[in-house]
Design a protein around this ligand. Structure first.
Ligand code: HEM
Length: 135
């Protein structure tokens, strides 16, 4: 069962398509997200960011596919890796993660507007919530 209207996920796929082939998109996302606080930056102190950007490209896709009705197995695995026994990612950091994503999309997608933003927020909310609530 899809969790969002197919119109939303169509808008989101097209928007992501205009952004995700440019590697700078992911550089800009992590610069912005890590710029939110020293606590967030510190989470990535030992991370190979080149690899991490690559993993995120797929991670965002998983959020959107989940909203479209795909299995939750991949997101459950992310919930496990990010929870208190794993990377210990605090639930409140996900709000900053989503806001950093939206701002980076606004910078990179020439067709971004309030309608596209609302579609993104609706489409990724269930997947983000699944990961966050595994804390
Ligand atoms: C729903 C939003 C998020 C998605 C889709 C996501 C996606 C991913 C993916 C695909 C990986 C690599 C696979 C893995 O290690 O399990 C990863 C690793 C990681 N994520 Fe997230 N993430 C999200 C939110 C966050 C937040 C809010 C933080 C907070 C700082 C964070 C910090 C990390 C860290 C520290 C790693 C491991 C880096 C390393 O291997 O050194 N993530 N994330």
């Amino acid at each position: 069962m899809p969790l969002v209207a197919s119109k939303d996920s169509d808008i989101v796929f097209q928007s992501y398509g205009r952004c995700c082939n440019n590697p700078i998109f992911f550089v800009d996302f992590y610069d912005r997200f890590m710029g939110c606080s020293d606590a967030i930056r510190d989470q990535f102190r030992d991370t190979d960011m080149k690899q991490q950007r690559h993993l995120l490209r797929n991670g965002i896709m998983q959020l959107v596919l989940y909203a479209r009705g795909m299995s939750d197995a991949k997101l459950k695995a992310l919930g496990e890796s990010h929870n208190r026994h794993g990377y210990n990612i605090r639930p409140e950091w996900y709000t900053q993660w989503v806001d950093a994503l939206i701002t980076t999309l606004r910078d990179h997608d020439p067709q971004f507007d309030l309608n596209v933003e609302a579609a993104w927020r609706r489409a990724i909310a269930p997947g983000v919530e699944l990961i966050r609530s595994a804390y």
